[in-house]
Design a protein around this ligand. Structure first.
Ligand SMILES: C=CC1=C(C)c2cc3[nH]c(cc4nc(cc5[nH]c(cc1n2)c(C)c5CCC(=O)O)C(CCC(=O)O)=C4C)c(C)c3C=C
Ligand SMILES: [Fe+2]
Ligand SMILES: [Fe+2]
Length: 365
């Protein structure tokens, strides 16, 4: 039986150490077309972290119904948010965040490798871990772009890292960031985004903080996502000086027939309009990048629903994206978790010595 381990280059003792950060996000289709969305959804919805239904029951539904009907409908929605040059907003922002993070960490005196990776679709987690290793990374920090921990997202990113590690003979040292839902710099970056919007566009009567939903069952099974989302909401409200009646935490993007976390975003907005609330500001603090779920579901569908129910002004506040306060927060979070790891690029001399030792030892040592 062939070994499951990939062949390793022969590394000399005393190899120069290199530290890296892998910035991980959910992923997105390669194109806003039905076949591309189908490939993406097939991978996403086959993950048993995401859909916790026994395979025997789920497979016929996924392959017989969902993957036949949903790709075309979703592709039409993706087309409305796809950018002519930048493509998928989620991919664009994630790539830019990785680039900026490397620069910010450099400013703070840390010369580390930073790469973006997608849990589903491209660039895949495995391909980016391979690339980091090829660049000489011996220590890798896994930093998901999910502030709130959920088994459906954060844990699934970690699964992909473990799966990759199982194929490696020589595993780099690994560290994982589970959460930063209550990190002061993250909360501050959100608050600055909202305050900037209030300064330039004025302020609505009510602030709706919409988080991605998960099945309610996961809360009862111990998933901390609900509590962490509530805490983010409370800290953000405190930081903005809002009282209880001035904001609402809601959950969006329900999928399937089961009960998901409540209150649901769109019905809440409709009820507000029907109660006579004329203007709302909506922000999505759990999404660090704008994507289909914020640009289409919130800024198009939820807007339409609120205005149709009698609301007069719907303001969507963009996600953190490339805002300087957010990249600062990300860089601080990374630095806290990099503590104790060398973050200097090895000197030319060390790299040369490594190369010379490798040559002298050949493949025999
Ligand atoms: C099927 C169950 C789903 C769970 C559980 C779930 C959790 C979850 N998702 C995000 C973040 C994002 N989800 C996005 C899209 C998306 N999500 C689901 C389903 C579940 N998500 C589907 C089927 C889709 C695809 C879109 C569609 O066909 O309607 C996205 C956007 C991706 C993009 O390309 O823009 C994000 C981001 C979180 C944070 C989360 C749990 C906490
Ligand atoms: Fe989702
Ligand atoms: Fe809770």
């Amino acid at each position: 039986m062939p070994s499951r381990f990939v062949p390793e280059p022969t590394l000399p003792h005393g190899q120069a150490q290199r530290t890296a950060v892998l910035l991980c996000n959910l992923g997105t289709p390669d194109a806003p077309t039905a076949p591309a969305v189908r490939r993406y959804l097939a991978q996403f919805l086959s993950d048993d972290r995401v859909v916790e239904i026994p395979k025997l029951a789920w497979w016929p539904i996924l392959h017989g119904i969902i993957l036949r009907t949903r790709p075309a409908k979703s592709a039409t929605k993706y087309a409305t948010v796809w950018h002519a040059q930048n493509g998928s907003p989620l991919a664009h922002w994630t790539t830019l965040q990785a680039k900026l993070l490397r620069g910010w960490l450099g400013e703070a005196g840390h010369n580390v490798l930073v790469r973006p990776a997608m849990r589903y679709g491209n660039p895949s987690m495995a391909s980016q871990l391979d690339a980091l290793k090829a660049e000489g990374a011996t220590r890798i920090l896994i930093l998901p772009l999910y502030p709130q921990y959920s088994g459906t997202t954060t844990a699934s990113v970690f699964d992909a890292v473990y799966d990759w590690a199982r194929t490696q003979r020589h595993i780099p040292e690994l560290r994982f960031v589970n959460r930063y839902h209550d990190d002061a710099a993250y909360i501050d970056a959100l608050a600055q985004r909202i305050e900037a919007h209030w300064r330039s566009e004025g302020r609505g009567e009510h602030l709706v903080m919409s988080f991605h939903g998960v099945p309610e069952r996961t809360l009862h099974l111990g998933d901390p996502y609900h509590c962490e989302s509530q805490k983010t909401g409370r800290l953000l409200a405190q930081r903005l000086g809002l009282q209880a009646g001035q904001y609402t935490v809601t959950f969006q993007s329900r999928f399937g027939k089961a009960k998901w976390l409540e209150p649901y975003t769109e019905p809440t907005l409709i009820a507000m309009a029907q109660r006579g609330v004329k203007s709302v500001d909506v922000v999505c603090p759990g999404f660090t990048s704008d994507c289909l779920e914020t640009l289409e579901e919130i800024n198009q569908e939820a807007r339409e629903a609120f205005l149709h129910a009698g609301g007069q002004q719907f303001a969507y506040i963009p996600c953190l994206n490339d805002s300087p306060a957010w990249i600062t927060a990300l860089s601080q979070i990374a630095q806290q978790h990099l503590a104790g790891w060398p973050t200097q690029k090895p000197s030319e001399q060390a790299l040369q010595q490594t190369a010379e030792r490798a040559k002298a030892m050949g493949a025999s040592h």
